[in-house]
Design a protein around this ligand. Structure first.
Ligand code: COA
Length: 307
């Protein structure tokens, strides 16, 4: 195999690779498929990463056939690099393809002096756990993937503070960045601008504003067919996180979005149970390199991947 950057011509083959790789892995491990609706739904990964970070994508190509054996996205930001969805074609599982892709990204991280490479990986997937663990990642936080079937009429049982939640605008970006730096040690203003501008029509961004006018939390959600998810949510307090998450579920009436809640935040977890949430998976936040514990609530997402 040889590695090369992904190009626009790879868009559909990579979408098929992601769709097949994830679904085959889950179905051969006794779980339902993650993606439904056909492989075009996973073209969204190419579209979002290409818009946010053109060129930061890598594929492993079969030296003789030219077919793609694996792909991975990565996402350098001011203080860190995030590793996006990693996939190997099921015909090539267990042949070290992902090790080569991962080494490319760890080399990039080290060469550019980033202190941390971050990702979110399934705690049910020993193959990806082993891959990341061998290449220096350490699991630092556990998340419960909590799914709610949002009634078409909307959520009930609003928590205190929902009246403090409002739509975000580009004017909020500086405050969002300052908050995420304080809580999670990273910033990514380009991503917030991209989601607020919402050119694709499936993003929504909200902030939690205190009576003094401070931004104490924000949330982004995606209504894409392949990734119907609430996150990242970054907040100083559990009350602000609860108000943001509850309000954001209402952006997805009649659908079943998932949100990853830090397992140690048991009060928040139990609020979600009260709203009808069910656990559907567990994930780890993993960091290779510097790690600073979160100073508040930080929930990840898979698009664009944050860790
Ligand atoms: C997870 C996945 C990416 C792994 O890719 P792969 O190329 O099949 O991985 P390999 O089995 O060749 O193993 C990669 C490395 O982990 C090591 N490894 C694998 N299983 C291991 C175990 N149980 N214990 C210790 N090390 C292990 C391998 O030795 C290899 O390291 P090396 O190349 O330095 O020897 C692949 O199974 C996949 O695409 N799954 C579906 C999608 C997915 O789960 N993606 C990840 C989450 S986004």
């Amino acid at each position: 195999m040889h590695l090369r950057p992904m190009t626009a011509a790879d868009r559909f083959e990579v979408a098929e690779l992601i769709y097949g790789s994830i679904n085959v892995w889950y179905q051969t491990h006794g779980r339902p498929p993650i993606f439904v609706g056909g492989p075009r739904v996973t073209e969204v990964f190419y579209d979002v990463y290409d818009a946010l970070e053109p060129g930061c994508t890598i594929v492993a190509e079969h030296a003789e056939t030219g077919r793609l054996m694996g792909s991975c996205y990565y996402h350098p930001r001011k203080h860190h690099v995030s590793l996006g969805i990693m996939n190997v074609h099921p015909n090539h599982f267990g042949q070290g393809v992902s090790s080569k892709l991962l080494r490319h990204i760890t080399d990039f991280t080290d060469r550019h002096d980033y202190k941390t490479l971050r990702l979110t990986s399934s705690a049910l997937n020993l193959d990806s756990y082993s891959l990341y663990n061998r290449y220096g990642f350490v699991p630092r936080s556990v998340y419960q993937d909590m799914l709610i079937s949002v009634p078409t009429t909307g959520m009930t049982q609003p928590p205190a503070g929902v009246d403090r939640v409002r739509h975000a605008t580009a004017r909020d970006v500086a405050a969002m960045a300052a908050l995420e730096l304080e809580v999670s040690g990273i910033t990514r203003e380009e991503d917030y601008h991209y989601c607020i501008a919402n050119a694709q029509g499936f993003w929504h961004v909200a902030v939690y504003e205190t009576p003094r006018g401070d931004v104490d939390g924000f949330v982004i959600s995606s209504g894409a067919a392949a990734v119907n998810m609430i996150g990242p949510c970054v907040a100083r307090t559990e009350d602000a996180a609860a108000a943001l998450i509850w309000s954001e579920f209402n952006q997805h009436k009649g659908r079943s979005p998932v949100v990853l809640i830090p397992a140690e935040r048991d009060r928040l977890v139990h609020r979600l149970y009260q709203w009808g949430a069910r656990n559907c998976e567990l994930h780890f936040y993993q960091a290779r390199g510097e790690f600073k514990p979160f100073q508040g609530i930080s929930t990840p997402t898979f698009l664009p991947e944050t860790g």
